[in-house]
Design a protein around this ligand. Structure first.
Ligand code: S3P
Ligand code: PEP
Length: 447
């Protein structure tokens, strides 16, 4: 878990996938990115040491660990998937640091808020795309509360300089319609702000990606902080609460990563089982399986697994995917195999993620022969009679690489394709071994 970028794996310039007749097998999922990065930060801020089991080892978690190391937090590595983080009890040993944030939204947003509250002299910067991803709503909210955060480049975007400020606010307002990570960041930092008074965070406008807030509240609770919730409009942290280690914590498998394998089972026979998420998952993206069911797949769920297989037809879907923006990309590719046009609605946040995912998705689906209407916040996808062989650009977006591998599958009367996926190393953001796992469920004879 020693932070090391770029990821040590050697990736080729492209990966060629043969057409796949049938998908079947079991995949043990890597740890959830959202849970891993929240847990690392909370463990660093908590009183006591926290053993984290099944932590994700990927670029995004290496970014968080690298930042924590630069801030003076220590940890012990027990084995490849287990570390013990020694918390600073709300303090960070180093009050000056230059922090590389890669393209990890789950690192830069929560760290910006925590560091602004703790106070010090910090710079936060990332890869070029990170410098195009908005952070202005969070900076505005923190500065209005007394923080001193300056833009080092374009206003509204990283890189940022955080100077010694003094946050004293009982009410903080933040816009919720660009990224839920701004609210997550303020919630996680709020217990560091309470003196003798409560801190309330009010959401201005519509809040997107709500299930991620549930992950935040769940983990804060496990680290000893209860948040009073007034619907999705307002959240209050009462004084006298400090983060305390729960002793040990287990990271669930990543439900967004599960979506590729479940879709493979639904498209190309199955059964494909993912292990590491199940009936009691705290991740909203497990609801991807509900969407697959609506498309006609047969889905079964256990305590710690989900399985999908094909029912012979995949029905088109028209639905709002605001609650599962990451897994919804997998629906867009599954829609290539559906019996008619599918519409994915309310996905405007796709435009400000690893790339402009609405534009990228439309361009690459068209290469496969689909007819695609790209709206400001929706995609309508009409599948072709037969998929065309294609070379897929991935835009340095792990999810583009992962979900387009599915177009190599045979299923629902459509023949899979010879696919070339360019620049596959981008999967290292959340799933360094993705292609090994994908090839592991690909069968080229029927039984
Ligand atoms: O809080 C989180 O862990 C995340 C929230 C979502 O972002 P938005 O809230 O920006 O949609 C999601 O897309 C991202 O991959 C992870
Ligand atoms: C949007 C994503 O990442 P981030 O956490 O950097 O926002 C993603 O993983 O799809």
């Amino acid at each position: 878990m020693t932070p090391q970028l770029p990821h040590p794996k050697h990736y080729p310039q492209h990966i060629d996938l043969e057409p796949v007749l049938h998908a079947e097998g079991t995949v043990r999922l890597p740890g959830s990115k959202s849970i891993s990065n929240r847990t690392l930060l909370l463990a660093a801020l908590a009183e006591g040491s926290t053993t984290i089991h099944d932590l994700l080892a990927s670029d995004d978690t290496m970014v968080m660990l690298g930042a924590l190391r630069a801030l003076g937090i220590r940890w012990d590595e027990i084995d490849e998937r287990t570390i013990v983080v020694h918390g600073g009890g709300g303090l960070l040993p180093k009050r000056e640091a230059d922090l590389f944030m890669g393209n990890a939204g789950t690192a830069i947003r929560p760290l910006t808020a925590a560091l602004a509250v703790i106070g010090g002299d910090y710079t936060l910067h990332g890869v070029s795309r990170m410098h195009e991803r908005p952070i202005g709503d969070l900076v505005d909210a923190l500065n209005a509360a007394g923080a001193q955060i300056e833009y080092m480049g374009e206003p509204g975007y990283p890189p940022l300089r955080i100077r010694r400020g003094h946050i004293h606010a009982e009410r903080i307002a933040v816009r919720g319609n660009v990224s839920s990570q701004f609210l997550t960041a303020l919630l996680m930092a709020a217990p560091l702000m309470t003196g003798s008074h409560p801190v309330s965070i009010d959401v201005v406008g519509e809040l997107i990606s709500k299930p991620y807030i549930e992950i935040t509240l769940n983990l804060m609770r496990r680290f000893g902080v209860e948040v009073e919730q007034n619907g999705w409009a307002s959240f209050t942290v009462h004084p006298g609460q400090r983060y305390a280690s729960p002793g040990s914590i287990h990271v669930e498998g990543d439900a967004s990563s599960a979506s590729y394998f479940l879709a493979a089972g639904a498209i190309a026979g199955g059964p494909v089982r993912v292990e590491g998420v199940g009936l009691h998952s705290i991740q909203g993206d497990v609801r991807f399986a509900d969407a697959l069911e609506r498309m006609g797949a047969i889905v079964t769920r256990g305590e710690n697994w989900i399985e999908a297989r094909s029912n012979g037809v995949l029905k088109a879907i028209d639905a709002d995917f605001n609650h599962i923006p990451d897994a919804a990309m997998t629906i867009a590719v599954a829609a290539l195999y559906a019996d008619g046009p599918s519409t994915l609605r309310n996905i405007a946040s796709w435009r400000v993620k690893e790339t402009d995912r609405l534009a990228a998705m439309a361009a690459e689906l068209r290469k496969l022969g689909a007819e695609v209407e790209e709206g400001a916040d929706y995609l309508r996808i009409t599948p072709p009679e037969q998929l065309k062989p294609a070379t897929i650009a991935t835009y340095d977006d792990h999810r583009m690489a992962m979900c387009f591998s599915l177009a190599s599958l045979d299923g629902q009367a459509r023949r899979g394709n010879a696919m070339r996926i360019l620049d596959p190393k981008c999967v290292a953001k959340t799933f360094p071994d993705y292609f090994e796992a994908f090839v592991g469920i690909a069968r080229n004879e029927l039984f």
